[in-house]
Design a protein around this ligand. Structure first.
Ligand code: TXA
Ligand code: MG
Length: 334
């Protein structure tokens, strides 16, 4: 049966909840990106989730909850850090990695002793979570390593008939995945930057986090792997100062060039890069999806700043661009 996109009416939200209880897979909107939901207490639903995503089974998934009251079921002890961060940022784009309760399935944690939890700030996600009355495991609704979806059309395009239902929720407001903070070790640290910045978290905790985001993290967070969040076409980051020469190099090779930058240039296809980090994050995956569908051979993206809220965008673009080296090395695993 062909999957279709359902309006987020109360009836369809009930239907989505029933599908999840029966072990099915439902894609739903959140404020960051669309998630691919499965019942976090159903091992066979989770194994199907991994299969559809094409994700290695030792990579953990985030559990989404409706309410802070439900946190007790997932972690043995709610610390003051968890409490203040939840109060400040939930519902919202922050995932907390916390020690797991004994009942949390290995299929959720990838066999680790911690679990990732988030309360999303999207009315459709919250209505679904309230109807479902439990934890919904949901990675981004894309195949492993590919671009995250920020519209229902992206989900349909990427996962199509392999899932049971897609709930409509418009285009995701934040646009990049949640900030992940690891609270399961001695010192809290950020594993994945997002639109809640390190400075905002430090202000709430009232101390500085010890380690900056590192791409050499040993924790199995797939969003921290190089070669992730990548379009199908090779993506290069352009140094603004040397832009003209870099574009010329590709042109001389006879390649059709797509360019994402603030100022236009003489290329085959140009998309305007938003000026603010919030605007850029919101548009990022949509722009890269558009580049993938355009009649171009390479995607050139003007480098963005590293600081503050730009960090999340810089991180995603860097990972998308690293993939090129892998492809050139002939070890593209698709
Ligand atoms: O914004 C988001 O976080 C979206 C929406 C749907 O909520 N979800 C998302 O899920 O980005 P996913 O699976 O694509 O990325 C979740 C990241 C992965 O890198 C995963 O490895 C990491 O969170 N993660 C989950 N549980 C973890 C744990 N216990 N320890 C370390 N990393 C964990
Ligand atoms: Mg993902």
């Amino acid at each position: 049966m062909a999957v279709s996109i359902f309006d987020n009416t109360p009836d369809n939200i009930q239907k989505a909840s029933r599908i999840l209880h029966q072990g099915g897979l439902v894609a739903f909107p959140t404020e960051t990106v669309y998630g691919l939901g499965a019942d976090a207490s159903n091992p066979s639903a989770l194994s199907r989730l991994y299969q559809v995503k094409g994700r290695p089974s030792n990579h953990p998934v985030i559990v989404h909850l409706a309410d802070i009251e439900q946190l007790d079921a997932w972690t043995p002890k709610i610390t003051s850090e968890m409490r203040v961060l939840a109060q400040a940022f939930w519902p919202g784009p922050l995932t907390m990695i916390v020690p797991k309760s004994p009942t949390v399935l290995d299929e959720v944690t990838g066999g680790q002793s911690s679990v990732g939890i988030r309360i999303p700030n999207h009315s459709v996600a919250l209505a679904l979570l309230q109807a479902f009355q439990g934890g919904i495991a949901a990675p981004s609704a894309n195949r492993f390593g590919q671009l995250s979806p920020t519209t229902s059309a992206h989900v349909l395009d990427g996962l199509g008939n392999d899932i049971d239902m897609i709930l409509e929720g418009g285009s995701c407001q934040v646009g990049v995945e949640s900030t992940i903070i690891d609270l399961s070790q001695d010192q809290p640290r950020i594993l994945r930057p997002g639109m809640i910045s390190q400075a905002q978290i430090e202000a709430v905790l009232d101390y500085d986090l010890c380690m900056p985001v590192s791409s050499h993290s040993t924790t199995r967070a797939s969003g921290t792997l190089p070669s992730h969040y990548a379009p199908k076409k090779p993506l290069y980051l352009l140094d603004s100062k040397d832009r003209y020469n870099q574009i010329e190099t590709f042109r001389r090779k006879g390649q059709r060039i797509g360019l994402l930058s603030q100022v236009p240039a003489d290329v085959d296809f140009w998309l305007e890069a938003p000026e603010s980090p919030e605007g850029y994050a919101h548009a990022l995956y949509g722009l890269l999806h558009e580049m993938d569908h355009a009649h171009v051979d390479v995607i050139l993206v003007e480098q963005v700043p590293h600081e503050g809220l730009w960090q999340a965008i810089h991180d995603r673009l860097s990972r998308a661009s690293i993939r090129l080296a892998v492809v050139q090395g002939g070890t593209d695993e698709g």
